[in-house]
Design a binder for this molecule. Structure first.
Ligand code: SAM
Length: 404
């Protein structure tokens, strides 16, 4: 006898997959027929048991597999479909390639298996045995027996899988493991969500004379890496629910002076320049002045109007001794859209606001576009360039962000 429920579910899942492809194409996350065909083929719901079908196929949903301890960051999720599609497009995976994914769940590995086809090879690695076992089970259920699932720490890589055409990270990595470079084919690409200065960008790297050079990048958010590559970000609380993230910064922050400044009346100064592409603008700001960090605030402090809504997701803050300024925006009545500006607090509010506004104008004038930054990774032992705001020291090398 036919299982009617299962047949109905399968039909509904196929319809939802087709709708997902249409939506991801409209968003621009899917651009190629190859990625469209992969998303249309792999039954995502088999990798998210217990999740309603509509939720499993919602483009922005990332079902939690392992929650964090005590309300902390999750340890494992099935990544959002729009992000997976965006990164797979950026990776330009072709039939026959050998690909290794660090951070498993099974679904993304199945998409990669579709892209490399029968002549390709896919290995997916996770540090967590539960995740490895789940991925193996789901991949088998979906018919992807040939995907190799391995338990291990990304830091070590998979020597037996080398040389690799593509290395794809799907956790928030704070650095690039040397093993990834060793195991990469000469014309290979590394696609990694890299954390620096409190933010994360997925970056497609190719080899160049000094190490790696970016081909493309974009904003993203991933669960943090575990194991040998773990890194705890440095934060300084300046008031209840108001925190400065100082990851990768040498900045010395006088928390008490900033707290006093925060409770002084603020000034606002406007740039006359467009507020747009906040992720691109944030990258420029964070890498253009060594006194720039990220300011985060809880919703409660925003609701009390102690800080502006721009702080909810983290906003670049320019710190100068006992004063600071951060970005905000207002509607541009004349031209439509928004104008960028700053709120500044403290005895030197006027100076710090002027410096910040100058950077906002510079970005709008010269770099107001997607992909304006060039991101280089110089592995040790090569000497890093002279220290500046765009030179970020990591454990195994240096990230250098410039605006050519
Ligand atoms: C966002 S999930 C991966 C999602 C998956 N690619 C999918 O198909 O949706 C990130 C995974 O990275 C794993 N992870 C974290 N640190 C790792 C490490 N050092 N080596 C390997 N896996 C790691 C976590 O256990 C977690 O399962």
């Amino acid at each position: 006898m036919t299982d009617v429920t299962t047949d109905n579910d399968a039909e509904e899942a196929a319809n939802l997959r087709a709708a997902l492809v249409r939506e991801l194409r409209e968003q621009g996350a899917i651009q190629s027929d190859a990625v469209a065909a992969a998303v249309a083929t792999v039954p995502r719901h088999l990798f998210t048991p217990g999740v309603p079908l509509e939720t499993a196929y919602a483009p922005d949903n990332a079902p939690v597999v392992k929650p964090g301890d005590n309300g902390g960051r999750h340890r494992s999720v099935v990544s959002a479909a729009h992000l997976q599609a965006t990164m797979l497009e950026a990776a330009e995976i072709k039939p026959g390639m050998h690909v290794c994914e660090y951070g498993s769940g099974g679904y993304n590995a199945a998409l990669i298996a579709e892209l490399v086809g029968d002549s390709g090879r896919v290995t997916t690695v996770d540090i967590d045995l539960d995740i490895v076992e789940r991925a193996r089970t789901f991949l088998d259920e979906a018919g992807y027996h040939h995907v190799n699932v391995v338990q291990g720490d990304a830091e070590r890589g998979v020597p037996e899988a080398a040389p690799l055409d593509r290395v794809i990270g799907t956790a928030g990595f704070w650095d690039i493991p040397p093993a990834w470079l060793e195991q990469l084919a000469d014309d290979g690409r590394i696609v990694v969500p890299l954390r620096f200065k409190g933010t994360t960008r997925w970056i497609v790297f190719a080899r160049d004379a000094s190490g790696l050079i970016s081909r493309n990048y974009g904003l993203c958010s991933f669960v943090p890496v575990q194991g040998a590559g773990t890194h705890t970000e440095r934060t300084v609380t300046i008031d209840d629910g108001v925190v400065v993230c100082l990851d990768d910064e040498d900045l010395n922050v006088d928390a008490e002076a900033l707290r006093r400044a925060l409770h002084l009346p603020r000034i606002e100064r406007w740039s006359g320049a467009v507020f747009d592409m906040p992720d691109e603008q944030t990258l420029f700001l964070l890498t253009s002045d060594s006194n720039m960090a990220l300011l985060h605030a809880d919703q409660a402090r925003i609701d009390q109007e102690l800080v502006a809504p721009s702080t909810a997701r983290g906003v670049p803050v320019l710190i100068s001794g006992d004063s600071f300024a951060y970005r905000t925006r207002r509607p541009d009545e004349q031209n439509g859209g928004f104008e960028s500006g700053v709120y500044a607090h403290g005895p030197s509010a006027e100076d710090v606001a002027a410096r910040y506004v100058e950077l906002l104008r510079q970005w709008a004038d010269k770099y107001h576009r997607r992909g304006a930054a060039s991101i280089q990774y110089i592995p040790k032992p090569a000497a890093p360039p002279t220290s500046s705001a765009g030179v970020i020291t990591k454990r195994h090398g240096t990230v250098v962000i410039t605006y050519p």
